[in-house]
Design a protein around this ligand. Structure first.
Ligand SMILES: *Cc1c(COP(=O)(O)O)cnc(C)c1O
Length: 400
């Protein structure tokens, strides 16, 4: 392939996790009528043949979907795939990553209790923690998750340890095994946002994490055409979410979105290594570029948290030198679209300089010292040579 960068280093990549995922995603039996694609059960309710069926279902003696705010077969198919991919017993789909985060947190933490979260967690998770949770008398403290000693010092008395490895914008890693051992000693439930790595490149359950959350809007969907979320974990932990929050907060996943996610999942083992290779190639070239001071990509980290990653996705950040006019750089790009989110075909750019002005007083980047010269890139599926040429010409136009 003449499109492959010549300077890429696979960083010891072993593709066995991709092969395993491909096996788990293969449908061994056709769907009703011999369909190779699951049907979309676009129905709000499911009827019963007689009184006894209804009564037995309500009493929990038999299982059948009752109403799509609870269970729906298309959504259940997605949930089963996600549980299998993460090596978990159960999963629950949600209308967004934030619906999954809020329903999970509120299922386990109540008034007078405390959450310990990693700094630089996803911006809207931070805003949920800072805006809504104090009104429910839930306190959130933040810690540098890469510092296991700092976590150990802050952990006693917390009800939940909230992780995201790597973190948003700064891509700081956490040692999942060490942190979950600490949490278990204190009887603290552990949650991780695993959207960046996907279950193909990190399986937190195997490292002791209790609940794994994804914004399915990103790589799982893979086509920038849906907003969805999912949480996976033990049957008991997912049951607690089902019983405490899922049905009542009502942030259910719709059958059509679940169907899009099932379609997206089928190509995840193909898409992700491409994002990885192109991302590593662009990161390496940025690292060598005179206008770049630092690249925040987990591949360049020596932190023990790197050991649980079996690959890298295509999202990372870098810091430019002072003589780069950031708005001019951003505006000069042609392949990189200016926009949030990530995980689809298209390459995207988010300059921290603009994001730092979002929700003044409630901005985790401002609070945790993310600098205005930090720029986040999502490396999409375009030609890596086109992307690099675009960056080079944009730097030339943005010189002050
Ligand atoms: C986008 C995102 C979320 C939120 O997911 P939505 O589907 O947009 O609600 C959570 N965590 C991370 C790391 C994200 O990037």
């Amino acid at each position: 392939m003449n499109d492959m960068p010549t300077d890429f280093d696979m960083h010891g990549f072993d593709d066995s996790a991709l092969a395993e995922a491909a096996s788990l995603l293969a449908h061994d039996e056709p769907f009703p009528g011999g369909a190779v694609v699951p049907p979309i059960y676009q129905t709000s309710l499911f009827t019963f043949a007689n009184y006894a069926e209804m009564a037995d279902t309500f009493a929990g003696r038999r299982r059948q979907p009752i109403y799509s705010r609870g269970d729906n077969p298309t959504v259940m198919e997605f949930e089963a795939r996600m549980a299998a991919l993460e090596g978990a017993e159960a999963a629950r789909g949600f209308s967004s990553g934030m619906a999954a985060i809020s329903a999970t947190v509120l299922a386990f933490v109540g008034a007078g209790e405390r959450i310990l979260a990693v700094r630089n967690c996803y911006g809207d998770a931070y805003r949920l923690f800072e805006r809504l949770l104090p009104r429910l008398d839930i306190k959130v403290d933040y810690v540098d998750g890469s510092d296991a000693e700092a976590v150990a010092a802050a952990l006693p008395g917390a009800r939940m340890l909230y992780l995201e490895s790597p973190t948003s914008m700064m891509f700081e890693l956490q040692d999942l095994g060490a942190l979950t051992r600490l949490a278990r000693e204190h009887g603290i439930v552990t949650v991780i946002d695993n959207s960046w790595a996907t279950p193909l490149f990190q399986k937190p359950i195997a490292h002791g994490v209790d609940l794994v959350i994804h914004s399915a809007s990103k790589y799982l969907s893979g086509h920038s055409d849906t907003v969805a979320g999912v949480v996976v974990g033990s049957a008991a932990h997912v049951r607690q979410i089902n019983e405490q929050t899922y049905s009542y907060l009502g942030g259910k996943l719709s059958p059509f979105e679940a169907w899009l996610l099932l379609r997206g999942l089928r190509t995840l083992p193909l898409r992700l290594p491409h994002h990885m290779k192109s991302g590593l190639a662009i990161a390496a070239r940025l690292k060598a570029h005179e206008k770049v001071e630092r690249v925040h990509h987990p591949a360049y980290s020596n932190h023990p948290g790197k050991a649980t990653l079996t690959g890298y996705s295509g999202l990372f950040s870098f810091e430019v030198t002072e003589d780069v006019d950031i708005p001019a750089f951003v505006d000069a790009l042609k392949y990189f679209h200016i926009g949030v989110s990530w995980g689809g075909h298209e390459s995207l750019i988010v300059p921290a300089k603009a994001s730092l002005e979002q929700t003044p007083g409630l901005n985790s980047m401002a609070r945790f010292g993310v600098g205005p010269r930090t720029i986040r890139l999502h490396i999409g599926l375009e030609s890596v040579e086109d992307l690099w040429a675009d960056i080079v010409q944009a730097f030339a136009k943005a010189a002050r």
